[in-house]
Design a protein around this ligand. Structure first.
Ligand SMILES: Cc1ccc([C@@H]2N[C@@H](C)[C@@H](O)[C@H]2O)cc1
Length: 458
């Protein structure tokens, strides 16, 4: 055990109601929207390869000439006339999202709210209005909780440094730390209904060296907003360790490392709360006019959602509106397909978590109380869903389609070598589905188990 002043201040999951609400979300929406959405990954008719929200950092042959100057003046033309936060919120509601993570400030430093601490904000654009407020109000109105994405790394600020290598650097970075604290407190006081902060841009050596400052700032924010939810990506410990401290204990309230990635087993989760944030194309968060490579289908995303919940995590799908405030057609149709699926099957998602069941090839288990939800992606040729119950004295008593409650047969398939009970859940051959479907399996303590309990009691 290494003694740490600025490591994790809590081991194990948070047990308060606010965190339980977070745990039950299942599905979230990420929105990356900012000045980078105007170029959309290209300029002067030429498109570039990297992630569109990083276009300010491109240079040389990878960017138009005189690019930095052009980029830093883009805000003067930012006027998203098609933006309608209520339309976005409605679409997210219909998709089945329970929370949204919205980019208040990405790495380029442009603020989508009228921050008092810099001129580089929405207030100084033709649009003028407070976009963060419009998003917070519209999403809250339809019952979707709002989380604010904030990039600590801020390329536009004079005091930002990648590393601190000289007295000048440390003086400059002190001004940057003050600025960062001011903006975070400003966000928390301006948008009191925001439930949490989703931090990014915290890998720079300069920031990793700020264990004490970041720890005190996190405490200050949690004091200002009791119940505030902050992930593992905000700060580093005394020795620069991030996400988990030098004793291997996670910092923050949930693991934020699953970016464009998913755990493969419950062991990978290490008992933490976690979210996976996922792009629809391979690796574009901000609007890119030319999606290159594979674009995930609604069913790829639904499988990732069900897999996330089956491993007790939340799944967050990213949308990148364009410079005029439109959500692109590909994202709209994906939101619709997922929403249609969720309307029928959301009972297998909301409030569900990992079931201590052996993973089967046909799909995933999620669980809520004594109900198991079997979401089938790979229907077996013989229509038998194998289920193996290791918990002694527990047996399935009822099985039915979630969609229409029609019963499904349960076959006792004996025991395996490990003496676990095997069952086949038999899908009627005539049942046809071109979409993943859910079967509910109700479990009960079997009589033998209760009898044993009775004997023990007399
Ligand atoms: C190497 C790398 C740094 C930052 C990112 C940012 N995190 C995502 C949530 C997006 O904001 C992306 O720009 C992605 C990859």
């Amino acid at each position: 055990q290494i003694s740490l002043k600025h490591g994790s201040h809590r081991s194990g999951k948070r047990t308060d109601a606010t965190m339980q609400r977070w745990r039950e979300y299942g599905l979230g929406q990420f929105i990356h929207w900012g000045i980078y959405s105007i170029p959309g990954g290209g300029w002067d008719g030429k498109t570039y390869g990297g992630a569109a929200e990083w276009i300010r950092s491109w240079s040389g042959k990878d960017a138009p000439n005189d690019w930095r100057k052009t980029y830093d003046n883009l805000y003067k033309q930012f006027n998203p006339v098609d933006f309608n936060a209520n339309k976005w919120a409605e679409q997210a509601k219909n998709m089945g999202a329970k929370y949204v993570i919205f980019t208040t400030k990405h790495h380029d430093g442009f603020c989508m709210w009228p921050s008092k601490y810099t001129e580089y904000t929405i207030a100084n654009t033709p649009y003028k209005k407070d976009i963060v407020k419009e998003v917070v109000d519209a999403y809250n109105k339809v019952g979707i909780d709002v989380y604010l994405y904030f990039s600590v790394m801020d390329w536009s600020h004079q005091g930002w440094r990648y590393d601190i290598k000289s007295p000048e650097d440390s003086i400059a970075f002190e001004s940057f730390k003050k600025f960062t604290r001011n903006q975070l407190l400003e966000l928390l006081t301006s948008y009191p209904s925001a439930k949490g902060l989703w931090f990014d841009g915290t890998w720079d050596k300069s920031w990793v060296k700020q264990a004490e400052f970041a720890d005190e700032l996190e405490t200050e924010m949690r004091t200002l907003r009791p119940g505030l939810i902050i992930g593992s990506r905000f700060r580093a410990d005394d020795f620069g360790k991030r996400h988990v401290d030098s004793n291997g204990v996670m910092m923050g309230d949930y693991e934020q490392g699953w970016e464009r990635n998913l755990p493969n087993s419950i062991e990978d989760v290490h008992g933490h709360d976690w979210d996976c944030v996922m792009t629809i194309p391979d690796n574009q968060w901000g609007y890119n006019s030319h999606w290159k490579g594979y674009v995930k289908t609604p069913y790829n995303l639904i499988e990732m959602l069900v897999k996330s919940v089956s491993l007790s995590g939340n799944f967050v799908i990213n949308f990148g509106p364009d410079g005029k405030g439109n959500i692109r057609q590909e994202e709209t149709s994906i939101a619709k397909e997922i929403g249609d699926w969720m309307k029928t099957n959301n009972e297998a998602i909301y409030g569900c978590s990992h079931a201590d069941m052996k993973k089967q090839d046909w799909g995933y288990f999620t669980q809520k109380g004594r109900k198991l939800y079997l979401t089938v992606f790979n229907r077996p040729i013989n229509n038998c869903l194998n289920v193996e119950i290791s918990e002694k004295g527990v047996k399935p008593t009822k099985a039915y389609f979630l969609a229409n409650k029609l019963p499904v047969a349960i076959q006792d398939a004996g025991k395996n070598k490990q003496n676990n009970n095997l069952y086949n859940i038999v899908i009627p051959a005539k049942y046809i589905s071109d979409k993943p479907f859910v079967i509910v399996l109700e479990l009960e303590e079997s009589q033998t188990n209760e009898k044993a309990y009775q004997q023990a009691r007399t």
